[in-house]
Ligand binder design. Structure first.
Ligand code: PHE
Length: 339
């Protein structure tokens, strides 16, 4: 057995090959399951105790030698690995294509972020709603013409079930569940039975806000909206409130911001008025508070609501709202670095 080991040591020492296959066959011959070195280790168990030391030493020399030899051969084959001459490894790699967020998501995230900084939480609710949450609780009496302000998609066969026309419905749900102080915004998708044109769509997105506490005043509303407008459109932005009507707010107003394109001088975008309308707002009507079990003697609140698409059109100077729904990648790609 000792002779066999010595013979293998000599053989391994002088072994060399350029072929990876021969090297592999050599490895299997020695270290494979039935390999010569493997079986020598098996035979080693039967060696007489007094001979174990001498055998063991030689066997280990053989083992280390073979391992080193195999490593050496492996390195050598790596180096001689042939590179296809047609392949230019110095060329820069193909860039991984980067997706971009949809402009509506970008603007929504920005709005949500600004109101988060003012301590508003985010609330969401169902898109399929009932009459109570979309209209009745919000002080729209049955048959009242104000319901026509928001052309509604009803779920056939049940006039009580409809697609929400605004996310004020989410705020009714919040007020029913939560005691004031309440400070929340509800971003979400809304539906109105309107003809699709460059300026309006039957599906769009809103962010509505609600703040209810003791002594909330119209001044708080104005300051909140001014802060929002400056954050959203730049610090020189001015706001203007025009009296308006909503069943759920009294007094109500529509808010304009100074034109984001001409800064108020007058241009095509603002139709030479210098102002752009961006949202509706007002003090929550006491009837609404009473409808949801909040005492209107103790609490007051303000609410506002805006269309995300409209803000995206103004912010990015997009002329047609339909572009936001077509998902043409040539259009969407332009927003990769928008914020
Ligand atoms: N809910 C209104 C709409 O969809 C917007 C609004 C919200 C107006 C809150 C006033 C106060 O048009």
């Amino acid at each position: 057995m000792l002779d066999k080991i010595k013979q293998l040591i000599a053989e391994v020492t002088s072994f060399d090959t350029d072929s990876a296959e021969i090297a592999e066959a050599f490895r299997v011959r020695l270290f494979g399951k039935k390999g010569e070195i493997t079986s020598l280790f098996e035979q080693f168990k039967e060696v007489l105790p007094q001979d174990k030391k001498a055998f063991g030493q030689e066997l280990n020399v053989l083992k280390t030698l073979t391992i080193n030899k195999l490593k050496e051969l492996q390195e050598k084959h790596k180096k001689t690995f042939k590179v296809d001459p047609a392949l230019d490894l110095t060329l820069p790699g193909d860039p991984a294509p980067l997706g971009s967020r949809h402009p509506v998501s970008l603007v929504r995230n920005e709005i949500v972020d600004i109101f988060n900084r003012l301590g508003f939480t985010i609330s969401t609710g169902p898109e399929i709603e009932d009459d109570w949450h979309v209209f009745s609780a919000l002080n729209f009496p049955p048959e009242h013409p104000a319901r026509d302000m928001q052309d509604t998609f009803f779920i056939q066969s049940n006039p009580d079930i409809l697609l929400r026309t605004h996310t004020s419905s989410v705020q009714v749900r919040v007020m029913e569940k939560q005691k004031p102080p309440i400070r929340t915004i509800s971003p979400g998708r809304v539906f109105r039975n309107e003809a699709i044109s460059a300026r309006s769509h039957c599906i769009f997105h809103q962010v509505e806000g609600l703040y209810i506490d003791k002594n909330v005043s119209f001044a708080d509303l104005k300051q909140t909206l001014l802060f929002f407008s400056k954050e959203m459109f730049g610090k020189d932005t001015q706001i203007r409130l025009r009296p308006s009507f909503f069943p759920f707010t009294e007094p109500s107003a529509e808010m304009d911001v100074s034109c984001t394109l001409c800064g108020g001088k007058g241009c095509n975008m603002c139709k030479y008025t210098g102002w752009l309308e961006i949202l509706g707002c007002g003090m929550v009507d006491p009837n609404v508070l009473d409808n949801v079990g909040i005492n209107s003697q103790d609490y007051t609140g303000f609410a506002f609501g805006m269309g995300i698409e409209r803000i995206a059109l103004l912010k990015f100077g997009i002329k047609d709202i339909r572009l936001l729904f077509e998902n043409d990648v040539r259009f969407l790609r332009q927003f990769t670095n928008a914020f």
